[in-house]
Design a protein around this ligand. Sequence first.
Ligand SMILES: [Zn+2]
Length: 471
Amino acid sequence: MSTTLITGGTVVTSTGRSEADVLIDGETIAAVLAPGSTLLGHDLARSVDTVLDAAGKYVIPGGIDAHTHMQMPFGGTEASDTFETGTRAAAWGGTTTIVDFAIQRYGERVMDGLAAWHEKAAGECAVDYGFHQIVGDVNDDSLKAMAGLIDEGVSSYKLFMAYPGVFYSDDAQIYKAMRVGAETGLMTMMHAENGPAIDAMVTELLAQGKTDPYYHGVARAWQMEEEATHRAIMLANLTGAPLYVVHVSAKQAVEQLAAARDNGQNVFGETCPQYLYMSLEDQLGAEGFEGAKYVCSTPLRSKHEHHQDHMWQSLRTNDIQMVATDHCPFCMKGQKDLGVGDFSKIPNGIGSVEHRLDLMYQGVVDGKITLERWVEITSTTPARMFGMYGTKGVIAPGADADVVIYDPAGHTSIGLDKTHHMNMDYSAWEGYEIDGHVDTVLSRGRVLINDNEYLGTRGTAATSIVPRASI
Ligand SMILES: [Zn+2]
């Protein structure tokens, strides 16, 4: 087993920061030591195999992106990142764990869906991965299978209140599934948008000739997110199921979550970088078909209603607990362009898995969140939420050596011809400038990224993480 010492850096966790050296033995963090510590009189730096100098830099736990969709089938096509390309891009951006979504489609069995996704990912990934289970067909057989998910290393399942005819669950199905969630401790993840009403609006808009990408945002009105969020919270309240609402974008939905939390209910919210930085007018409303690049659901919200500021505020006040990407990339050519002349045919998704840590670090630079909060919302809380805490999400003895050395004096220019490793023909984040840089990335003690070079190999993370069911 090889040993590594990270010296001279500032170790940042969700609760504080300190000058410390980090000793790694094999795949695990062995010790966090006062700078320049010796061991039994020996100079540690001389007795380890590798020394990484982190002077002037932050040493943080590797990012955990708990919402990705690698090679996910959607709208007649498939998300353009494979598990190989997507996890390599994640590594470039300092994310060392992803939790993707295995899918049970209508008419299929839950465990067959899980097995299919294990097959897609096995031997492909550059960083550790796990799965949430999408239950796209809640029936008696699915409900029985859900009870067995924790034994399969899956501590969460997801339902959709949107996409009738695809993943949609009606209220009776949600109620039944949440009963299982309450009994087993499985986390219920919810796509909270009123799909049937949205689909009716889509039909109306298209009939009026309103076919541009902008109308994707008009059809998916914030009222439909607030309403569904409230309904999900009430069904969770009734059944006692823990609830996690994914990709929250409307400030009114946050208010529903905040009220429920103030009331003592076990509910959580996730947002994504696009809802912090982008708007209905500036991106979805871009010239011509350009807006298609930013079509995702829930949609980008109006800047005139200040959802974006409210989302940053919610991260400060803990009304929103974490930031994932909902990474679901599609190319413009051959994929997004399926929706020329009909916004409802544009595959939904933005690619961000590579940029989450940087984009959220810019929030630190801009004074919107603290350094510790940055670590908490990108690593520590996702670890806690999905049963990995202690093994991941911390820099502490016994934890996996998933470590990022981040340079606050560095700079990252995001752009297709600059820093781009996702398998897409455009970057939704083109032109964003970050006052920081991911210098070095270790996954279980292996150096994957150093000095702008990728040192990993396909499938180095051959084992799926198996989150413990400790919600
Ligand atoms: Zn998603």
